[in-house]
Design a protein around this ligand. Structure first.
Ligand SMILES: [Zn+2]
Length: 193
């Protein structure tokens, strides 16, 4: 995928519409990497800085920021895989809780609705805004439809608008078709999922 497409969160396999509201921020962050073909925007500080500037704020990166951003991104992906029937990942939960503390997320009560606001600055604060968007989506119920594609090399985050929230693959054509005949699919079917 083109770097610009990742930066703009423009390409959506299966022609799916992006997640609604602030949840799209979470989806876009998880989708800062094309795991199968590259690139990964978090492979260098410039990529992370460019994404943050486009989506949230211009930030001077400090040592460790990029590693923490990657940890948060992959923790979110693990939760989105759990939304898709994969086992829950306790380490991912712990990673998000640590990141929320670093961001100093605090409740706020503006007239347009209760929310969480990061009191921390820099990249930690920016990551806090992404985590806050996930938190609020978990409360309003939209979270369950944000899923990560379970094909090992994919992991793309997609918003499942199907009637029964029954979609598994980011795209039936791209991923579903490739694994349908494979062991993974048989195992899943055997497990009744
Ligand atoms: Zn996929």
């Amino acid at each position: 995928m083109e770097r610009e497409a990742l930066l703009g969160h423009r390409d959506h396999p299966g022609d799916r519409a992006p997640a609604p509201g602030a949840l799209e921020l979470v989806q876009a962050f998880v989708n800062t990497v094309d795991r199968e073909h590259g690139p990964d925007l978090l492979d260098d500080d410039g990529g992370l800085a460019a994404w943050l500037e486009r989506r949230l704020l211009a930030a001077d990166l400090r040592p460790g920021d990029r590693e923490r951003a990657r940890e948060v991104r992959e923790a979110l992906r693990a939760l989105l895989l759990a939304n898709n029937g994969e086992p829950r990942d306790a380490a991912a939960q712990a990673a998000l809780e640590r990141a929320a503390k670093r961001a100093k997320l605090e409740p706020a009560f503006p007239p347009d609705g209760a929310t969480l606001v990061p009191r921390g600055g820099g990249v930690d604060g920016a990551l806090g805004r992404i985590i806050a968007a996930a938190f609020i989506a978990m409360l309003d119920g939209s979270w369950a439809r944000l899923k990560a594609c379970p094909r090992e090399v994919c992991g793309w985050a997609f918003y499942d608008r199907s009637t029964n929230a029954s979609a598994t693959w980011c795209s039936m054509r791209v991923c579903g078709g490739r694994v349908k005949a494979g062991a993974y699919y048989r195992r899943r079917r055997a497990g009744g999922h």
